[in-house]
Design a protein around this ligand. Structure first.
Ligand code: NAD
Ligand code: TYD
Length: 336
């Protein structure tokens, strides 16, 4: 049995990862610590919640005493750190929580992990730490970090602390940097679920700037499979980029969603651009493909339809979300 501390496992990617890994690996013991911020939702974990090798802890990764206690009590040997404030627009409104959780929280986890001699510490990072690309080129693992938003700056800081722990103390850290994910349980503030839900309500779809910013999209399960491989075989001190070379302009995705839902393009509303909006992200993932044998299994064409259908079939899930705090935030963002 492997005793693994997963952080932020009630969020979008963390919950998909836990559901995926426990289905596949009955010999993993998962302890999931999550603060249950606005983005955390225990409903995402219904497929795992009754498993004997799954335990949920409501807590904060900045709480050093709690993390120490969990390491002792559950004899933890591995950490996979998903916990983060993850939305760029929120980081533009206020960066405080981003520094607290993403930087200080990661530092706390690294300190405790070192004390307990963990066998592997996976830091779930993002391609956004590399900054923005022009029309040409790709991010490789050697691209210098050049984050532009408070969110990506906080993630880059966490990466540097993780690397410092490897170089200074020999902590077996591995970093993954993935591109934009989509799929079930994504909080409806991110582009794809927001546009699906607005379209279903015949509400305007707010497209920032000219709508031609480019992201490299990956279906969440393909990301989970990549993390699994990095966890099992990743080289300590290494960085692994994860992406599918599915570059899409935002406006293409919005039109595709409208087309599938048989809604009019007149719902599209071009709104003021995001401050400091990164133009293009594109990932070179040849390292994880050649060294760990990873490749994505889902094509964008199929997985985006699967995702839209999931939101159509899970209205209760997102109705509960959008009737609460999220709406206040949404109104604040667009009334500013
Ligand atoms: P999310 O916002 O959906 O989930 C984050 C989770 O972390 C939530 O459950 C939240 O309650 C929890 N959390 C926040 N602060 C915490 C704290 N102090 N202590 C404990 N738990 C806390 O985010 P996501 O989209 O699932 O992203 C997960 C990770 O993957 C993040 O580290 C993010 O930077 C990274 N990432 C995301 C994407 C993407 O497209 N969503 C792409 C690449 C990397
Ligand atoms: P987002 O899902 O917030 O991910 P990230 O900023 O981390 O890449 O946004 C994806 C792209 O969609 C980004 O270029 C901003 C754009 N966008 C909109 O045009 N309108 C929106 O309402 C949102 C949330 C995003």
């Amino acid at each position: 049995m492997k005793n693994i501390l997963v952080t932020g496992g009630a969020g979008f990617i963390g919950s998909n990862f836990i559901n995926y890994i426990l289905e596949k690996n009955p010999d993993y013991n998962i302890v999931n610590i999550d603060k249950l911020t606005y983005a955390g939702n225990l409903e995402n974990l219904i497929p795992s919640q009754d498993k004997k090798n799954y335990k949920f802890i409501h807590g904060d990764i900045t709480n050093s005493d709690l993390i120490n206690y969990l390491f002792e009590k559950y004899e933890l040997e591995y950490v996979i750190n998903f916990a983060a404030e993850s939305h760029v627009d929120r980081s533009i409104l206020s960066s405080k929580e981003f520094v607290t959780t993403n930087v200080s929280g990661t530092n706390t986890l690294l300190d405790v992990a070192r004390k307990f001699n963990v066998k592997k510490f996976i830091q779930i990072s993002t391609d956004e730490v590399y900054g923005s690309l022009g029309k040409e080129g790709f991010f490789t693992e050697d691209t210098p970090l050049s984050p532009n938003s408070p969110y990506s700056s906080s993630k880059a800081s966490a990466d540097m602390l993780a690397i410092a722990n490897y170089h200074t103390y020999g902590l077996p850290v591995v970093i993954t940097r993935c591109s934009n994910n989509y799929g079930p349980y994504q909080f409806p503030e991110k582009l794809i679920p927001l546009m699906i839900i607005n379209a279903l309500h015949d509400k305007e779809l707010p497209v920032y700037g000219d709508g031609k910013n480019v992201r490299d999209w990956i279906y969440v399960t393909d990301h989970c499979r990549a993390i699994e491989l990095v966890f099992e075989k990743g080289e300590n001190g290494g960085v692994y980029n994860i992406g599918t070379s599915t570059e899409m302009e935002n406006i293409e995705i919005v039109k595709l969603i409208l087309d599938y839902l048989k809604k009019s393009e007149s719902l599209i509303e071009y709104v003021q651009d995001r401050l400091g909006h990164d133009r293009r992200y594109a990932i070179d993932s040849s390292k994880i493909k050649t060294t760990l044998g990873w490749s994505p299994k889902n094509s964008f064409e199929d997985a985006i339809i699967k995702t839209i259908d999931w939101y159509i079939n899970n209205k209760d899930w997102w109705n509960r979300i959008i009737s609460g705090e999220y709406m206040e935030y949404y109104q604040k963002l667009y009334n500013n």
